[in-house]
Structures are given as structure tokens and as C-alpha cells.
Design a protein around this ligand. Structure first.
Ligand code: ZN
Length: 250
């Protein structure tokens, strides 16, 4: 089994719940691929980064990771206001607590990878760092550029699946409900997003991940201790909105 996780965003309680669920579903041989944004927003970037680097076979860099590690592709020049508000506070906290060794490891991560013939990006293939694949239009553009039949992306914090059969003009798809499964028969280009571990934005506050086994892709959700995550965010002095949104799933 391959487990896809993304957008952990320093939420240790959610990450631990997802890792336990991956173990329960796929056993100790489960391979875990992380699509980026391990840090940012919440209060435990160091703990999350250590666990992700230790457990995952591939770890992409997301826009927040790149901002924390000082990459030119995620700077104020590229995105004015990047270091303001909730995102800015999470980036500043991560820079304070990660230490130079972790930052150096983060600087070696890239926003795209190709593994087992699956194309992986944090954002999209047109813009691996910043583009959101969340509409039929962006999914169509992504799938026309995608070099492999199957791709996986993060960044939107929503569990999504889009497909573009050879004869189709426009991609179809959208949000994938908890527990939904699809058999990936050959001949159709697809891209999916497993949803977010640490800050879901589809109005379902449970942590999200996806499994791929025997050609079947399954979108999964797991409860975690949201109150504990919120308490750690408040204790760290981060914006209250960063804590409040977790129970809304938005
Ligand atoms: Zn994110």
C-alpha cells in the first residue's frame, strides 16, 4: 500500500492519528509519500518535520516549507504579504524553533518528484509551488501537461479527484467524500489530492489521507484530538483563527 499525505502544517495530533491509521490499514510495510507543507500555521513544526522525514519515502517541499527555508521561490517578492496574518505567524514560529540542521534538510526538498510512474507536485505541474488544482479549468490544464497517467498534488487542503479521458475536452471530478474508493482502470489521465492532514478545508474537520493498493484509490478520514491541537496553537501565541478553523474544517 502507498499512503499519500499532505499539508500536515505542524499539527502533530493530526499527524499521529493519520500515521496510526496508515499502520492499521496498511501495516508496517506501508509506504508513505508526503506532498508538502509539513510546517507552517500550527505550533509543532519540529515534531512534525522529524516524523515526516523519518517515516516518508518521499517528502515534497510546499510553499510554506520553502518560505521557512528561505527559498527565493517563496519570498515576499513573489507573493506580497506572504509573511502576514496566520500564514506569516506560522512561518515565523517555524523559523524560530526548527534550528539550522532541520532548515538545511528542508533546503534539500523539492516541490515535485516522480516515483513509481506517479507524478507528484505540491501545487500543479504548471506551477509546482503555487497553483491550486481545484477547478475543472485548472485540472484540465494540469492533466494536459501531466506526463504520466496518474498524478498526485497537495496545496488545496481538499480531497479531490479529476480525470480526463482521452476523448474529453474538459476534466471532470471534484470533492471526494470520506471512504470513497475508485478503481484506476488504465487509459484515463487522473490527478488526485489526498486532502490535508493538519488543516482540512472541505468542512470536514477530520484529518485526511489517501491509500493506493491494487489499483484502488481510497479517500480516508480519521478523528484526532482537535482540542489538543488548538490548545498548543493558543499556548504558542499563534493567531486564534489558526486554532478556531480546525474545528470548522476550513
Ligand atoms: Zn498547505
Amino acid at each position: 500500500m502507498i499512503a499519500f499525505i499532505s499539508d500536515v502544517h505542524s499539527n502533530l495530533a493530526a499527524l499521529e492519528a493519520v500515521l496510526a491509521d496508515i499502520h492499521a490499514v496498511g501495516g508496517s510495510d506501508a509506504r508513505i509519500w508526503c506532498l508538502g507543507d509539513t510546517v507552517g500555521y500550527a505550533a509543532q513544526p519540529a515534531e512534525c518535520l522529524d516524523l515526516v522525514l523519518d517515516r516518508c519515502e518521499v517528502v515534497l517541499a510546499g510553499n510554506h516549507d520553502l518560505a521557512v527555508s528561505g527559498d527565493d521561490r517563496a519570498s515576499e517578492d513573489v507573493v506580497p504579504g506572504l509573511f502576514d496574518g496566520g500564514p506569516g505567524a506560522g512561518i515565523a514560529l517555524a523559523r524560530q524553533v526548527l534550528g539550522s540542521e532541520r532548515i538545511a534538510r528542508m533546503q534539500s526538498l523539492e516541490p515535485s518528484a516522480l516515483l513509481d510512474n506517479v507524478e507528484l507536485h505540491h501545487g500543479s505541474d504548471r506551477d509546482p509551488i503555487w497553483e491550486y488544482v481545484r477547478t475543472a479549468e485548472t485540472a484540465t490544464a494540469h492533466l494536459r501537461a501531466q506526463q504520466r497517467e496518474l498524478g498526485a498534488v497537495g496545496h488545496t487542503h481538499m480531497p479531490l479527484l479529476w480525470e480526463l479521458p482521452a476523448a474529453a475536452e474538459v476534466a471532470s471530478g471534484g470533492l471526494m467524500p470520506a471512504g470513497s474508493s475508485i478503481l484506476l482502470e488504465r487509459g484515463t489521465a487522473r490527478v488526485f489530492n489526498p486532502g490535508s492532514v493538519g488543516q482540512p478545508r472541505d468542512r470536514d474537520p477530520r484529518a485526511a489521507w489517501a491509500s493506493l493498493e491494487g489499483g484502488v484509490l481510497t479517500f480516508r478520514r480519521v478523528d484526532y484530538d482537535i482540542a489538543a491541537a488548538q490548545a498548543s496553537i493558543r499556548a504558542a501565541g499563534l493567531p486564534t483563527e489558526t486554532a478556531d478553523r480546525l474545528e470548522l474544517g476550513w
